[in-house]
Design a protein around this ligand. Structure first.
Ligand code: XIL
Length: 342
């Protein structure tokens, strides 16, 4: 085939990855991955509800399938994600009588609940990191904890309402203890280009680092669209975190062909100008990434081809086309813009 490999094209810059489901590890879909990426991420099967659906009941089968596929094909895996407010079993946040911990008003019981929740977290993190520490170097420890609209700029999740920021500390410390100095620990979030959100994240990380919490880097999800945000704002954010001595990763890159609140749907008839605009923006983005490879150590797409992307149903149902390969696994203009930007 005369189509160049994405990962090989970027070999002197940084690894290229894709988030996948286990079913993508077979057939033609798998060949596409083998050719183009050297990192893999589990789109869903390493999230808390998939790994520990009920207390003490760990389910490794699906996660193992991705780790095995990666091992066989000389790829690395990144872990997504030890902690999140979404896709997590309710059981985490229920007290010993089955009552939601957030509803507790008695201060003594609230304190006991906090202790119990942090113990469950500690157990989850140590068990998962213990199992995969020799296979997985790069870990999303916490996901989406910043929310500028919530009190104190911290997402008012059950985690935060019950423990304050202690859950973040516990998760990072437990991960480091279970995984040793060799694994890399990230705090992951979306919209990190937004100055308000970026600065709140910066403040949080700075305070945690001063307390000795072992954070190695920031994961920038980078779910963007063809209109924004600017490439400059994305790079500025990475620069800011690198001044704290932190690494940066692009962890969930995709580029919607719609703006957030545009409710139109091109269906399967996407205008050429839209795909062209997407290609131009991907080109600008990757030119900037290459220029800043000293502060950016990997780029992971949230998917590989437009036949399978969460953006077909988020935030509304509409046919989307955010990736470098189309519905038939063929290269798009965006692919050439990233691979051969001349
Ligand atoms: C998404 C998956 O792609 C979907 O399949 C699932 O239904 C919901 O989660 N930010 C994240 C990812 O950190 O875990 C999300 O993945 C996309 C947004």
């Amino acid at each position: 085939e005369d189509i160049p490999s994405l990962a090989e094209t970027y070999i002197d810059y940084f690894p290229m990855g894709a988030a996948i489901e286990p079913f993508q590890t077979t057939g033609l879909k798998a060949d596409l991955l083998k050719k183009h990426v050297n990192w893999l991420v589990a789109e869903n099967v390493m999230k808390p509800d998939a790994i520990q659906p009920s207390e003490g009941n760990f389910n490794w089968e699906n996660a193992d399938q991705i780790v095995e596929f990666a091992r066989k094909n000389g790829m690395e895996v990144r872990f997504h994600t030890l902690v999140w407010h979404s896709q997590i079993g309710d059981w985490f946040f229920k007290d010993s009588e089955g009552k939601p911990m957030v509803d507790e008003t008695d201060p003594v019981k609230r304190e006991a609940n906090k202790t119990l929740l942090l113990e469950r977290l500690d157990e989850h993190v140590r068990t998962v990191v213990g199992r995969y520490k020799d296979d997985i170097i790069s870990w999303d420890v916490v996901n989406e904890v910043i929310e500028p609209g919530d009190p104190d700029g911290m997402r008012a999740s059950e985690w935060y309402q019950i423990t304050g920021t202690d859950f973040i500390e516990t998760a990072f410390r437990a991960a480091r203890e279970a995984g040793g100095p060799g694994i890399k620990l990230y705090i992951n979030d979306y919209g990190t280009d937004n100055p308000v959100k970026r600065d709140r994240l910066y403040e949080l990380v700075k305070v945690l680092l001063e307390k000795g919490v072992p954070i190695d880097g920031v994961g920038h999800q980078t779910h963007i669209d063809i209109h924004g945000p600017t490439v400059t704002s994305i790079i500025d954010s990475m620069q800011k975190f690198s001044e704290l001595g932190l690494d940066n990763l692009v962890t969930e890159l995709d580029m919607s062909i719609y703006s957030w609140n545009d409710r139109s749907d091109f269906s399967d008839d996407i205008p050429e100008v839209v795909l062209q605009k997407q290609a131009e923006r991907y080109q600008e983005l990757f030119e900037a990434f290459k220029e800043h490879k000293d502060i950016l150590s990997g780029v992971v797409f949230w998917g590989i081809a437009d036949n399978h992307t969460w953006l077909h149903s988020f935030p509304v149902n509409r046919t989307n086309a955010p990736l470098l390969f189309d519905q038939n696994l063929n290269v798009k203009s965006a692919f050439w813009a990233v691979v051969d930007p001349s």
